[in-house]
Ligand binder design. Structure first.
Ligand code: SF4
Ligand code: SF4
Length: 568
């Protein structure tokens, strides 16, 4: 950035980036050199700090050391090349999908302009097809006859340290969102290619701290934040006071309760910070009102699974804690909170990783009697499915006028939408608790939803430029409904989304707040014995006429921005 913004702010602050400059992207620029000859440009704002070696050692990952992506020498082990090639060989043998994805791309380009990082930045190496070529070119060179004989002519290139640097930069600029795969005629899943590349980098001790620290903390204490059992209990009890202040109703916090019907597991983002904590209070109020026989666990106190962004083995280890705890407590089934990637882990990997969970029962709602057959293997259902069923059967008394100060749109989180096909349930719930609901443009929602730009472990601050660029397509779509329908709330059922979309909205659609679905349900929920509700869980006035309306954002006054929004 060359504006005055950079004088006052640092690259890890969003104020550093001038929005007018950020949107200047020349998609038609023809690179002067071929992509293989263009080294990775690693600079502040576009990469994430390396993993703390102590944390790597804690989880038994190899080649832990201090190193910096900005230095020439990355202190790789002397046999680094052998390690990587052997790693590729093992994964080709183990994962048939990896071999297929390496072989079948015809480079048709249908995915090329579908990635939010490419749309927001214009870097050709963020085109999904080219991102995959970063790894595929090495596969061709060392594992195919054509590549061995014809080299560069067939898209092959030898493995060098510059390739490793390029992998580090670009495979940590992929949020594993799978939007590109929706458009691929062969169903190539670039997210799985990114997962393989990250596994290979792990072998060299190359990982990022934003992922490894939560993994190590979860491994040790059961959640990404390293919150100890008494800390979790205190936090949830503190929430009961805020719920009582808003509603006059004292809710309970069942903890480690043996013999409960249901184990409830949610991402730690829900009890860490705003706006997740209001979603958490929403769960607690709803469960109390339904009289659910459920329990929290201090051992399985994390629904998110950053192991998923690290390696298949680590994903499996962290997921197993939830099931081990369900067995120990003797529950019938598991209810999961508003998380995103947790559901991809559950729906696509659980069965072959840790399942089937035969010691549990197929989930049956004790409130409605509905049997959730689709979860007969995982024995775990999503809170939004559970709520949709309860509302459908009239089991929650709702007053949607309490949300009338909110003009709401919905962000389909990548994993619940594309990973488990949960498209209708959140909309059904929202339309029952909000009178003012508006969809974003059709090419930005449902299966085609745009990522928040901070998933798959990228939601930190040192890569702020990448996040703002990656969040641009979603931000533009939010601004579109903000300008057209006066939308002031973006609802999402994923903890990472709620955290990262807050930045995205502040930057691209200022004035729009982010909310969980359960928070909006709890606003509308008429609880037995409640007092006249004057404030919500955010301690804001309940009556819509008293809610502060967002100021008209600068962007809305600028016709250039309005045109960009309409383009989404
Ligand atoms: S759409 Fe599929 S086949 Fe076409 S370039 Fe992309 S990954 Fe390859
Ligand atoms: S999975 Fe998502 S982030 Fe990764 S290349 Fe595809 S569209 Fe981009």
């Amino acid at each position: 950035m060359s504006s005055g913004h950079e004088k006052k702010f640092k690259p890890d602050q969003m104020e550093y980036y001038d929005r007018d400059e950020l949107v200047q992207i020349d998609y038609r620029r023809v690179p002067e050199k071929g992509w293989m000859d263009e080294p990775a440009d690693i600079r502040h704002g576009n990469f994430i700090y390396p993993a703390n070696p102590q944390k790597l050692e804690y989880i038994g990952f190899p080649n832990a050391r201090h190193w910096s992506p900005l230095e020439k020498d990355w202190k790789l082990p002397s046999n680094w090349k052998e390690i990587v090639l052997q790693g590729i060989r093992e994964r080709l043998d183990k994962y048939r999908s990896f071999k297929v994805f390496m072989d079948i791309c015809v480079r048709c380009g249908a995915c090329a302009d579908k990635c939010h990082f490419y749309i927001g930045g214009g870097d050709p190496k963020n085109m999904p097809v080219l991102r995959a070529e970063l790894l595929r070119s090495i596969y061709r060179n060392d594992f195919t006859t054509a590549g061995k004989l014809l080299g560069k002519m067939v898209g092959a290139r030898p493995l060098t340290i510059d390739v490793i640097k390029e992998w580090f930069l670009y495979f940590y600029q992929c949020t594993e969102c799978r939007r590109c795969s929706v458009f691929c005629p062969y169903g190539i899943d670039t997210a799985e290619i990114t997962m393989m590349a990250r596994e290979l980098l792990n072998l060299l001790g190359i990982n990022i701290n934003w992922i490894i620290q939560p993994v190590a903390d979860c491994y040790r204490t059961g959640n990404h934040l390293g919150i100890q059992p008494h800390g979790l209990k205190d936090t949830l009890e503190f929430f009961t006071e805020d719920i009582e202040e808003a509603t006059g109703v004292k809710v309970d916090v069942p903890m480690n309760k043996k013999g409960a019907d249901i184990l409830f597991v949610t991402p730690s983002g829900d009890f860490l910070a705003e706006p997740g904590i209001y979603t958490c209070m929403g769960y607690m109020a709803i469960f109390h009102e339904l009289g659910l026989n459920y329990t929290w666990s201090t051992y399985a106190s994390e629904g998110g699974n950053f192991g998923f962004f690290t390696s298949a083995d680590m994903m499996k280890a962290l997921n197993s804690k939830i099931y081990a705890e369900a067995k120990r407590l003797g529950v019938k089934w598991i209810l999961g909170g508003e998380c995103g990637h947790m559901w991809r882990v559950l729906h696509q990997y659980m069965d072959t990783m840790n399942g089937p969970a035969d010691f549990l029962e197929v989930p049956v709602s004790p409130i409605t009697g509905t049997r959730f057959e689709h979860a007969r293997s995982t024995k775990m259902i999503h809170i939004v499915e559970f709520l949709a069923d309860a509302i459908k059967h009239g089991k929650l008394k709702l007053d949607p006028t309490r949300n009338d100060g909110r003009r709401v749109t919905f962000h389909d989180s990548c994993n619940p939408a594309r990973g488990m096909g949960m498209l209708e349930e959140p909309r059904y719930v929202l339309k029952n608790v909000c009178n003012n609901f508006f969809e974003m443009p059709s090419n930005t929602i449902r299966e085609q939803t745009f990522c928040c730009g901070g998933g798959a472990g990228l939601g930190t601050e040192e890569n702020m430029e990448v996040r703002l660029r990656g969040g641009m397509p979603r931000g533009n779509a939010v601004r579109h409904v903000q300008e057209k329908h006066d939308v002031n709330v973006l609802a999402a059922c994923c903890a990472i989304d709620r955290a990262t979309l807050t930045n995205v909205c502040d930057y691209w659609a200022p004035g729009v707040k982010v909310s969980g679905i359960s928070e909006l349900v709890a606003n509308a929920l008429v609880m037995k014995g409640e007092k006249a509700r004057e404030i919500d869980f955010r301690k804001e006035p309940m009556r819509p006429e008293e809610l502060v309306r967002p100021e008209e954002p600068e962007a809305a006054k600028d016709p250039k921005h309005a045109k960009e929004a309409a383009h989404v």
